[in-house]
Design a protein around this ligand. Structure first.
Ligand code: PCA
Length: 208
């Protein structure tokens, strides 16, 4: 299986983005999964186009996009992306859309089609903290995930999803060392390879 793995450029005054650092440190092959990579600009305008070009170029069977979520403690596969841009801070182009639909007349939301439950379990089994997340926010990461799933809606058989990663120790707290991030990411990618269809059946919900 060929998997396209993406990470974002640094944003909000940071000099690194752990999503791209981790993506680059993953070996080119994990289990039976061949990894190809693309760096995505942290900008509402341009991120989805960069992703679409990479999907066109690589023709992968699965796509996993990564992004930084400062404040989270573990790796968090995202269950859902919603059809709205609402930026608390400007993106790297200075754009700060408020309550703007990503795809006018598009569905309110798209679910990930990667095996998010199996990914959470595999990451935990690798000794790295992980939780299923029910919100990817309303900034560029949610935008990219929504655009990915919208694109893949026209490519049956190609699975897609998004995973947030915490800060690196040098960026602030809470954080996760890069080695742990990469170990958890490798476990998640292996789980994607093990589940070419469907997902593990186990609880992963939240009470509020
Ligand atoms: N995280 C931001 C955008 C880029 C990134 O790495 C987000 O969570 O929306």
């Amino acid at each position: 299986m060929k998997l396209l793995l993406t990470g974002f450029e640094p944003f909000d005054g940071q000099t690194v983005n752990p999503s791209w650092e981790a993506a680059c440190r993953l070996p080119d092959r994990v289990g039976g999964v061949e990894i190809v990579r693309a760096l995505i600009p942290t900008a509402f305008s341009g991120s989805a186009q960069a992703l679409a070009r990479a999907v066109e170029r690589e023709d992968p069977q699965a796509v996993l996009c990564l992004g930084q979520a400062g404040g989270r403690e573990g790796l968090t596969p995202e269950r859902v992306a919603i059809n709205v841009d609402d930026a608390r801070i400007p993106d790297n182009d200075g754009a700060q859309p408020i309550d703007r639909p990503i795809v006018p007349d598009g569905p309110a939301a798209y679910f990930a089609t990667l095996p998010v439950k199996a990914m959470v379990r595999a990451i935990r089994e690798a000794g790295v903290p992980a939780n299923l997340s029910n919100t990817a926010g309303t900034f560029v990461c949610n935008h990219l995930m929504y655009c990915l799933m919208h694109l893949l809606a026209g490519r049956p058989g190609v699975r897609g999803g998004f995973m947030h990663v915490p800060f690196l120790p040098e960026q602030g707290h809470p954080s996760l060392p890069l080695e742990d991030m990469v170990r958890g990411l490798a476990a998640a990618v292996e789980a994607i390879g093990r589940y070419p269809a469907g997902d593990a059946r186990e609880e992963g919900g939240a009470l509020c």
